[in-house]
Ligand binder design. Structure first.
Ligand code: NDP
Length: 338
């Protein structure tokens, strides 16, 4: 296989917000699969906020990308050559192919897709890792009940948009927080959220309080920072808070200035008997088939909707990723690789 493999590597570690200069495009010969392996051509690459963590050397739940290594990432890929009897050329799979044209795999962890059953891009969004994050985090930890108020930020993204829609299906009132009037209109008019608040508006705490007259029973935490500050006083007794992400702080280099507010938080935990639990999607790996069956069914029946933001060309990945952390995406951010 003489094709050229374009790959985007980590050029340096950012201190603070990443820029496209922290990445570098390289070209090499496409790899050749050995016995038991398949050669994958990556069709779509998923860009996700967790990748900011992989750019740092700080210890976390997953290993950092080393300088000069190809950036990691989930892909929808086509098998183009196979030395593995389980996968035939032409099959479409989900893989962890990374920011490049080609990758090799020994077949472990590949999930076969039926492009006739659902558009293949959904396997990286609503029917993929972000969708499963929303489903498992909300249902296992948030446990919304009919009539309750569920608040979620980053609400037009693949995680937040499904959280709000599942909350609605469970009979709860979904309140979304998003950046800008266009995203807020989408939440209300397209996804049927009861209310949508622009976190860049003049009075986030006041607007959120007005949208939640009965307080907040479930806060699905995606962003942290000023949004959490606005949520905390509104939490009801026995509120549940699945801590899924803290995207507002992923590029912080230090603790924010100001007084230590942890005593305030701990007092609220005690007096309101809050249930706060962090989770990583694969904590619920055994629920993957239930997720695919249930959310796949809702999608087919039109009971949940999703929105994608597809950028053309692998070379655009760095700029698109930098934009993701600032809210420039509108829906699940994907790169159409070639
Ligand atoms: P999104 O596509 O929603 O992208 C992130 C969004 O965060 C941006 O579009 C922006 O939306 C919002 N945002 C960024 N900075 C701020 C800020 N300062 N204040 C408020 N909002 C901000 O991402 P995903 O749906 O893929 O992921 C959502 C969250 O879930 C992330 O925190 C991610 O890390 C986490 N996650 C966790 C997983 C787990 O296993 N625990 C798995 C997958 C995702 P806007 O324009 O609306 O502000």
């Amino acid at each position: 296989m003489a094709d050229v493999n374009r790959r985007i590597v980590l050029a340096s570690r950012p201190h603070g917000e990443p820029t496209p200069a922290h990445f570098r495009m390289e070209e090499a010969r496409a790899p050749t699969p050995k016995a038991g392996e398949v050669l994958l051509r990556n069709r779509y690459l998923s860009l996700d906020p967790y990748m900011r963590g992989r750019m740092s050397a700080t210890k976390s739940y997953a290993k950092p990308v080393e300088i000069g290594e190809t950036m990691v990432g989930g892909t929808v890929s086509e098998v183009v050559a196979s030395q593995n009897p389980d996968f035939q050329p032409g099959s479409v799979v989900t893989a962890f192919g990374g920011w490049q044209d080609y990758s090799v795999s020994d077949g472990k962890g590949l999930r076969r897709l039926d492009p006739a059953a659902a558009p293949m891009t959904t396997a990286l969004g609503i029917l993929g890792m972000p969708g499963m994050t929303a489903y498992t985090g909300l249902l296992n930890i948030g446990r919304p009940k009919a009539g309750e108020t569920v608040v979620v930020a980053a609400a037009t993204g693949p995680v937040g948009s499904l959280v709000g829609q599942i909350a609605k299906l469970k009979g709860a009132r979904a309140v979304g927080i998003a950046g800008g009037p266009e995203k807020c209109a989408f939440l209300r008019d397209e996804l049927g959220f009861a209310a949508a608040i622009d976190h860049r508006g003049p009075d986030l705490p006041g607007a959120l309080a007005a949208a939640c007259p009965d307080g907040i029973d479930v806060y699905f935490e995606n962003v942290g920072g000023a949004v959490f500050d606005a949520v905390l006083p509104l939490l009801n007794d026995f509120a549940r808070i699945p801590v899924c992400g803290l995207v507002s702080g992923y590029s912080l280099t230090d603790l924010p200035p100001g007084p230590d507010r942890s005593p305030l938080l701990m007092r609220a935990v005690l007096t309101k008997r809050l249930h706060i639990q962090g989770f990583i999607v694969w904590d619920f790996a055994d629920q993957e088939s239930a997720f695919l069956t249930e959310v796949g069914g809702w999608l087919e029946e039109g009971r949940v909707k999703h929105r994608e933001d597809i950028v053309e060309g692998l070379e655009k990945a760095p700029e698109a990723f930098v934009g993701l952390l600032k809210g420039r995406n509108f829906g699940k951010l994907l790169v159409s690789v070639s």
